[in-house]
Design a protein around this ligand. Structure first.
Ligand code: SF4
Length: 441
């Protein structure tokens, strides 16, 4: 095991402040950094020694011998234990769970986000299958803490085994039910979960609390159960490693990986990279970002994806169509550059509303407003290709007009989908236009 890099910012809010010094010995579960405002405690994930503290991270050299035991959080009320354990939204959002569950739902809903919407990721569903009881205990704790009267699991119908196990587990639970989701992207966005489960459409700047609900990811509820039942701090992460790996592109699910482990170490554990590759993504194909083998995983890392190489556009003019639920403009530009294209035009899906903090949020996730106007603009700007980051529905509507105008379409996830053998985000069938795209190396 190499050194662990414990990032001081693994959550929404300000970076945490270190409470250890270089040379300190730490155990699994030793508190090493505390929030300075909104945030969550950070704990050592191994037995070892603090060797360096920077603005961004605390570096820990692990001992050769590791034990299972960990330092327990103090006993307290259930909410206090969730806060003390440093749990954050482990589906990727990173919002401190103690703050979220501190809302009095006044008889409302806990909505368990089991959509696992990003293609290729499998660890949430694997956890439901392996730890159904723990997940259910966590749900009941969340209901109790936030004064919710009901809970609903939001899960895609295609995950038959997990759905069956949940059905069995909740068959005698009067107040806990299951809502089946279609297999489209995005279904895991908070407001999409609220809409699907409760039939309430929230505005982009409204939180689920406006619908008397809290949306909470599967792994997060399981960490809530661990904090309360075992007094366990949050220092481990479940994730999926998938892609161009020795042994094939089947997903590798890793449970309880010490936070701070390097991306490279996990790739090695999954078999190692198989020859030349395009990029390594941390997160899912839609919302993940390019990363390096040296980068550490955090409490919010859900996926590590090694992709095949990019096609070469030989300097052709490209239009970028930015979606609220896909890569941001910087990520789309990064992909365009890796494809050796030149950005000639940038447009946004008209449902992608800009929030006060600059982030984009979709007005109606997964329900497309049509994209012909943007395609006309791309054509005017002389684009030969467009790269889109749209949801399933919008990708279909892009394809309704772009090929007729002579625009060749890439989706930002194409290189991942080709790597993992998933249908491309177009029409979900191979179209003539797709066949005409440049060869992959
Ligand atoms: S409607 Fe537009 S912004 Fe919303 S998910 Fe689809 S492409 Fe993204």
């Amino acid at each position: 095991m190499g050194n662990l890099q414990m990032l001081l910012r693994q959550h929404i809010g300000a970076p945490c402040k270190p409470v250890v010094a270089v040379g300190d010995k730490v155990a699994k579960g030793t508190l090493i950094a505390e929030p300075a405002g909104l945030g969550a405690n950070i704990f050592a994930s191994v037995y070892g020694t603090v060797t360096e503290i920077t603005e961004e991270a605390i570096i820990i050299e692990p001992d050769a011998e590791q034990k299972e035991e960990f330092v327990k959080i103090p006993e307290g009320s259930k909410l206090d234990m969730v806060k003390a354990a440093g749990i954050v939204g482990m589906g990727g959002a990173g919002f401190p769970t103690g703050v979220k569950l501190g809302t009095d739902l006044n008889g409302g809903y806990i909505l368990i986000n089991a959509a696992e919407c990003e293609p290729g990721l499998k660890h949430n569903i694997a956890q439901i299958e392996a730890e159904t009881e723990k997940v259910l205990r966590g749900v009941k704790y969340c209901m109790e803490i936030s004064n919710a009267a009901k809970a609903i699991f939001a899960i895609k119908k295609k995950n038959e085994k997990a759905v069956e196990l949940l059905r069995e587990a909740v068959k005698n639970e009067e107040h806990i039910s299951i809502h089946l989701l279609p297999d489209i992207y995005p279904m895991g966005e908070e407001r999409a979960v609220v809409r699907e489960c409760l039939g309430i459409e929230l505005a982009p700047d409204q939180l689920p609390s406006a619908a008397q609900s809290v949306v909470i990811n599967v792994e997060t509820v399981a960490r809530v159960a661990e904090a309360i039942d075992e007094r366990k701090p949050c220092f481990e992460k479940n994730l999926t490693v998938v892609g161009k790996l020795n042994g094939g592109a089947e997903p590798h699910v890793f449970m309880n990986v010490p936070v701070g482990t390097s991306v490279g170490e996990l790739i090695e554990r999954a078999g190692g990279i198989d020859g030349l590759y395009g990029e390594i993504i941390m997160g899912g194909p839609f919302t993940g970002k390019a990363t390096s083998e040296e980068a550490p995983i955090t409490k919010t890392t859900g996926g590590i994806i090694v992709t095949i190489d990019f096609p070469n556009l030989h300097g052709a003019k490209v239009g970028l169509l930015v979606c609220a639920c896909g890569g941001d403009e910087a990520r789309m530009r990064d992909i365009c550059q890796k494809m050796n294209g030149v950005v000639a035009s940038v447009a946004r899906c008209k449902q992608a509303a800009e929030m006060k903090n600059g982030a984009l949020k979709c007005e109606r996730p997964g329900n497309c407003p049509g994209q012909a106007k943007n395609n006309i603009q791309f054509k005017k700007d002389g684009c030969e290709y467009i790269i889109i980051g749209n949801c399933s529905d919008c990708s279909n509507t892009v394809m309704g007009s772009a090929p007729k105008m002579g625009l060749k379409v890439f989706h930002q996830t194409d290189h991942v989908m080709r790597t993992i053998g998933h249908p491309l985000y177009r029409y979900l069938r191979v179209s003539k236009q797709v066949e005409q795209l440049p060869e992959y190396k």
